[in-house]
Design a protein around this ligand. Structure first.
Ligand SMILES: NC(=O)c1ccc[n+]([C@@H]2O[C@H](COP(=O)([O-])OP(=O)(O)OC[C@H]3O[C@@H](n4cnc5c(N)ncnc54)[C@H](OP(=O)(O)O)[C@@H]3O)[C@@H](O)[C@H]2O)c1
Length: 441
C-alpha cells in the first residue's frame, strides 16, 4: 500500500481532483521531451491516469540557459525539488551516478514515487533502490532505461513473467547500430562513420559508452535482473565493443549471408545462473535482428511458453524516451489513485554468473595464411583436434605467397574454439588469426 496522502479524495465525480505534481530533475533531451509531452497530451494523459499531471518544479545545473518552459519553474538546488512538499512524484533524468542516486534515495525516503531513465544507475544500484521503494510501498519505474520508447520492461515484468527464458538477444544501442549499418552498407571504416554519426548528433563527442559496449552492458544487466530475478555483477559480464572491427569482416559477412550487430546476450544456465555477454556478432540475414537497421533497437526473446517474440523501435531521442517516461508516470498516477504499488519485482540474491568458456556458439574466423599445398589440411586438422567442426569457408589470394581464409564453424564450446585458435596461430603456414566473432542464426 502506498504510504501517501492521496490527492484524489474520492472516485466520485463531485470532487475535482487536484493535479499530481511532478518534480523533474534534468531538462535536457529527455527532460524537455517529457515536459513537452505532458503539455501537448495533457488531456489524454489526465484521462488515462485518472488525474491531471503537471510539472511543478524543474532542477537543472544552469538556470541561466534559455529553456522552453517558464523560468519560474527552474532551480539549481535539486535537493529542494525532492524535499518540496508540493512535489508528489520525482522524475530523474539527469543521468549518471552522482548526484542522481542520492537524489532518488532522498525522494524515496520522502515517500515520493520515482520514474527514471537512468540505465547506469539502475544497472549498478537498481536492486537497492527497488528494495527501498518496496519497503516504502512506492513505485520506482525505469522503462526508459532500456530501449527508449520500446515497452520491454513492463512486458518482461508483467505479461511475460510466467515464462522461463533460455535466451534473450538485444540490439540495445542505437549509436553502435547506426555505425555498424553504415559500415556494412558503405564499406567505410569505423573512424569515418563515427565522425559522420557525431556530425548527425547520433554519437556523442566521447562515444566510449556507446561504441565500447558499456551502454549495452547496463541494459542487458537490467533486463536479466528482471527476467532472472536478481542483480548481476557488472564486472562479470563479458564486454567487447565495435572499434576494432575491420571492413574485411563486413565483406565476408556479406559473402556468407550475414550482417554484423552489437548484441547484448543473456542466457539461462540453471536456476538463477546466467551468462551475460556483449560483443559484435555475425547475425544470419534471415534472423529478425539482422533487419534492425540504423538507430533502431530491438529485443529478441524466447520464452518457453510464448515462443519467439521481438520488440523493436526507437531506442533513444527526446520523443520516444518521453513516451516511456510519461507511460511510467501514468502508471504511477494510477497506482497513486488506487493506493497501491505496481513496481514490485522480487529482486533476490545476486545471480550466479557462468564464464565465457562455457558459451556454445557458432564462430566466424579470418586467417592470414601462407599459400602452401598443405595449408588448409593443417588448419582443418587443428580445428578437428579441438572438437571444432567447420561448416563454411571462403578463400582469397591476397599476395604472391599469401592467402586469406574465412571459416564459419558448427556449434562449438568457446573454450575449445579459443584453444583451437591458439594452436592454429602456432602453425608455420599461418601468419595470423586476423579476426574472430560469434555467430547467431
Ligand atoms: N537522450 C536519450 O535519447 C536517452 C534515451 C534513453 C535514456 N536516456 C537517459 O536519460 C537520462 C538523461 O539523458 P539526456 O540525454 O536527457 O541528458 P542531457 O541532455 O545531458 O540532460 C541532462 C540534464 O540534467 C541536468 N544535469 C546534469 N547533471 C546535473 C547536476 N549535477 N546537477 C543539476 N542538473 C544536472 C542538465 O542540466 P543543464 O540543462 O543545466 O545542463 C540537463 O538538464 C540519462 O540517464 C540517459 O542515459 C537518454
Amino acid at each position: 500500500m502506498a504510504n501517501l496522502s492521496n490527492p484524489v479524495m474520492s472516485s466520485s465525480a463531485l470532487v475535482e481532483p487536484r493535479p499530481l505534481r511532478v518534480g523533474l530533475l534534468g531538462f535536457g533531451t529527455v527532460g524537455e521531451g517529457t515536459y513537452r509531452m505532458l503539455l501537448d497530451n495533457a488531456e489524454s494523459v489526465a484521462a488515462k491516469a485518472g488525474i491531471p499531471l503537471v510539472v511543478q518544479r524543474v532542477g537543472v545545473r544552469d538556470t541561466q540557459k534559455p529553456r522552453s518552459a517558464p523560468s519560474g519553474l527552474f532551480t539549481s538546488d535539486l535537493q529542494s525539488v525532492v524535499d518540496d512538499p508540493e512535489v508528489d512524484i520525482v522524475v530523474e533524468v539527469i543521468g549518471g551516478i552522482d548526484p542522481a542516486v542520492a537524489l532518488v534515495e532522498r525522494a524515496l525516503a520522502n515517500k515520493k514515487p520515482v520514474v527514471t531513465a537512468n540505465k547506469e544507475m539502475i544497472a549498478k544500484v537498481g536492486h537497492r533502490l527497488v528494495n527501498q521503494a518496496h519497503k516504502n510501498g512506492l513505485d520506482l519505474h525505469f522503462e526508459a532505461a532500456v530501449g527508449g520508447g520500446i515497452p520491454v520492461i513492463q512486458a518482461l515484468k508483467h505479461q511475460l513473467a510466467g515464462n522461463d527464458v533460455p535466451r534473450m538477444l538485444g540490439i540495445l544501442n542505437g549509436t553502435s547500430n547506426y555505425i555498424l549499418t553504415k559500415m556494412s552498407e558503405t564499406g567505410a571504416p569505423f573512424d569515418e562513420v563515427l565522425a559522420e554519426a557525431q556530425g548527425l548528433g547520433y554519437a556523442e563527442a566521447d562515444p566510449t559508452n556507446d561504441v565500447d559496449g558499456f551502454d549495452t552492458l547496463y541494459k542487458i544487466a537490467i533486463l536479466a535482473g528482471i527476467v532472472y530475478g536478481g542483480p548481476a555483477d557488472l564486472d562479470q559480464i563479458h564486454r567487447e565493443g565495435i572499434r576494432h572491427l575491420d571492413a574485411r569482416e563486413f565483406d565476408y559477412a556479406r559473402i556468407l549471408g550475414y550482417t554484423i550487430r552489437l548484441l547484448g546476450v543473456a542466457e539461462e544456465c540453471g536456476p538463477r545462473r546466467v551468462r551475460l555477454r556483449v560483443h559484435p556478432t555475425m547475425v544470419k540475414n534471415d534472423h529478425p535482428l539482422a533487419g534492425v537497421r540504423d538507430v533502431f533497437n530491438a529485443l529478441w526473446f524466447h520464452g518457453d511458453f510464448v515462443g519467439d517474440l521481438m520488440f523493436s523501435g526507437r531506442g533513444a531521442g527526446a520523443d520516444p524516451t518521453a513516451s516511456a517516461v510519461v507511460g511510467d508516470l501514468i502508471d504511477v498516477a494510477r497506482n497513486y489513485n488506487l493506493q497501491g504499488s505496481g513496481s514490485a519485482i522480487p529482486y533476490g540474491q545476486s545471480l550466479a554468473m557462468e564464464p565465457m568458456e562455457t558459451v556454445e556458439s557458432r564462430y566466424y574466423v579470418r586467417l592470414n595464411v601462407l599459400d602452401r599445398p598443405n595449408t588448409l589440411g593443417r588448419i582443418a586438422t587443428a580445428f578437428g583436434e579441438h572438437e571444432v567442426g567447420l561448416a563454411e569457408m571462403e578463400m582469397h589470394v591476397v599476395g604472391p605467397d599469401e592467402g586469406e581464409i574465412a571459416f564459419l564453424t558448427h556449434i562449438s564450446k568457446e573454450g575449445d574454439f579459443v584453444r583451437s585458435l591458439t594452436a592454429i596461430e602456432e602453425l608455420p603456414v599461418v601468419n595470423m588469426v586476423a579476426a574472430w566473432m560469434r555467430v547467431e542464426g
